[in-house]
Design a binder for this molecule. Structure first.
Ligand SMILES: [Zn+2]
Length: 450
């Protein structure tokens, strides 16, 4: 039996191990079941023939489950699988058709919190290694697993873990924790993630709220904040902070070709969100370019004064805006904060306070890296046609892998785009779990032999 046939005949075992994982709640936001789930993952790695241990940073930080298996045929190359064993909270419980940690199977679907994100993804990788070990008594290249427990709360310690275990984790390529499959069942081979800077701008004018008849004398902090926020970008979305784009490099010709080839239907997108046009009235190509490599300055929320029912004549004493910036490669979050502060100051807004909540850089793997074609070939063989995506529009902790471990990172996996991840009735599709497990084996093979 070869590894691909092994995957076909052992799907029941994969499903039952996935159900076992789902039935162990591991909600990082609520510190529920984290230690127990780490131990369970260690056990599952061992069951599949992978050496495993639990790594710790310090008290109060969720452990990382580490797995390793050395290759006899090609000990010179190492592939790493990065995953997480924690899940999002399952609330609201009453919107689930079955209990969220039941792992119940209905036809082609397995339901439960974490069914796809990320326990389903993790199980495909473990089983791909098992398929190789049990049919060839070897793996095509060295394999390392780094499985963290804080991804769903923002991976606060992954960077410190990568620094501490830099040598242990050294590798030649990383397969990212998830990968999307689109509505037409085409897998997306993703080469990057955007960064994120989240700040709060606030301004206080008076020590208490006051009667609005006094607006002739008392300045309103809401106006002040609106005036400041308006200077940050133009209506088309271009950020007006000095030097914001200074280090950014333009797309390469190859990236532009890939972006051009990516399927994107603007009318379907607009219908989905009930919008008439895009920010800045972008055409199709510009919309695709923006999703892949556009920086944003977004007002996530703004609050001040009375926003309840009916009328209330009042001058608020303070105003707050939460702003998120998506960052693109070469933008350093710390530098951008300095630029934002400088911008406010030089525009006369030195009374606006800036509080930084989160800053993380973007990461991208060069589309001409040979790892890209190895993964794409594996995806094409196991799913049919795959799509190369230069960067995801969202954010993930990819940059420490690229910048500390110096590894190319690629996302590919079994996450059907309508799998309801983070929502009630999350499910994994059995057909995609099977294809992805085969794909993971073929990635190892391509990586080890080419
Ligand atoms: Zn998630």
């Amino acid at each position: 039996m070869n590894p691909i046939q092994y995957v076909d005949v052992n799907m029941d075992d994969l499903i039952s191990d996935l159900q076992t994982l789902i039935r162990q709640p591991s909600v990082s936001a609520q510190n529920q079941g984290i230690e127990q789930c780490a131990k369970l993952v260690k056990k599952l790695l061992k069951k599949s023939g992978i050496n495993s241990e639990i790594l710790r940073l310090k008290k109060g930080v969720s452990p990382i489950v580490y797995g390793e298996i050395k290759s006899k045929q090609n000990p010179a190359k190492t592939l790493m699988f990065y995953n997480h064993y924690d899940v999002q909270p399952a609330e609201p419980f009453d919107l689930w058709d079955d209990p969220p940690f039941s792992g119940v199977r209905k036809g082609n679907k397995i339901f439960g919190r974490g069914a796809t994100d990320d326990k389903g993804e993790l199980i495909t990788r473990i089983k791909a290694v098992e398929a190789s070990l049990n049919t060839t008594d070897d793996v095509p290249c060295n394999i390392k697993f780094v499985i963290e427990g804080e991804e769903e709360t923002g991976s606060a310690h992954i960077e410190n873990y990568l620094k501490k275990y830099r040598h242990k984790f050294s590798n030649d390529g990383v397969i990212w924790e998830f990968g999307y499959v689109d509505a037409k069942n085409r897998p997306i081979v993703g080469l990057g993630m955007k960064g994120l800077l989240f700040v709060e701008l606030s301004v206080k004018e008076s020590t208490r709220e006051s009667h609005s008849s006094l607006a002739v004398l008392i300045k309103n902090p809401a106006w002040r904040l609106i005036d400041a926020v308006k200077t940050l970008r133009d209506p088309g979305g271009k950020i007006l902070i000095k030097d914001w784009y200074k280090e950014v490099v333009p797309f390469t010709k190859k990236d532009l070709d890939l972006i051009d080839k990516e399927p994107f239907d603007p009318s379907v997108f607009k219908k989905e969100f009930g919008i008439q046009s895009f920010t800045g009235d972008k055409n199709v190509l510009d919309a695709k370019k923006a999703l892949v490599g556009g920086a944003t300055c977004n007002i996530a929320g703004i609050s001040s004064g009375y926003a309840g029912e009916g009328a209330k004549t009042v001058i608020p004493s303070e105003a707050t805006a939460k702003i998120d910036f998506r960052l693109i490669p070469k933008m350093n979050p710390k530098k951008q904060v300095m630029r934002l502060k400088k911008h406010l100051k030089s525009n006369g807004f030195d009374d606006i306070k800036v509080r930084v909540f989160h800053g993380e850089a973007a990461a991208r793997t060069d589309s001409s890296n040979p790892f890209v074609s190895q993964v794409k070939d594996a995806a094409d063989k196991s799913f049919g046609n795959s799509i190369l995506n230069v960067s995801n529009a969202g954010t993930g902790p990819m940059h420490p892998f690229v910048n500390i471990l110096k590894s190319p990172c690629i996302s590919i996996g079994s996450t059907y785009m309508f799998s309801r991840i983070h929502s009630p009735n999350e499910f994994a599709r059995v057909d995609l779990l099977k294809k992805t497990t085969k794909c993971m084996y073929l990635i190892m093979k391509n990586f080890g032999t080419i």
